[in-house]
Design a protein around this ligand. Sequence first.
Ligand code: NI
Length: 198
Amino acid sequence: MLGLRSTIDNAILVNMASPYEIRVFGDPVLRKVAEDVTEIDGSLVELANDMLTTMYEEPGIGLAAPQIGISKRFFVYDLGDDEGPKALVNPVIAESDGEWLFEEGCLSVPGLHWEILRPKQIHVVGYDLDGNEVSLEADELLSRLIQHEFDHLDGVLLVDHLEGDERKAAMKTVRELFIMPPEEPEPKKRLFGGLRLP
Ligand code: NI
């Protein structure tokens, strides 16, 4: 009885702890241009909450819907400041200014980081999970995070921001880590079925 009960509790816990698996480099969904969200409703709120749970578990500070296999234009984030968790639906980067070189990683390319040059400040518009219009001036880390998550909605990954030899080296690394097939298995020894030698 106790055993059964604890198995059920564990199953629920596991399910609650990680509702979604994060897609990694090589998954085609990460390369698709996502579609606009057409309805902001309870199911989107629920999905955003599940995405936040997945994101916190990694841990990460942002997660876009395509990263869990849902090709829709929205993402969640939490910088760990007083603002708390946020979601941005159908975002549009209306303006950008300045330049800032900063090291970035991505939950879909785990364990790797590159210095990426991006605009420093942005003005982003979109919707929150109540369907209200959002108009946000973002700088530094928040600006960086929003631009990174916005890229995921257009099928853009960090390596796409690199150039020349740095890009070549990065592509080689990610292919080896996430795409290369495992080594060919040893060929099976030929069997002489049925033949018996005296
Ligand atoms: Ni990312």
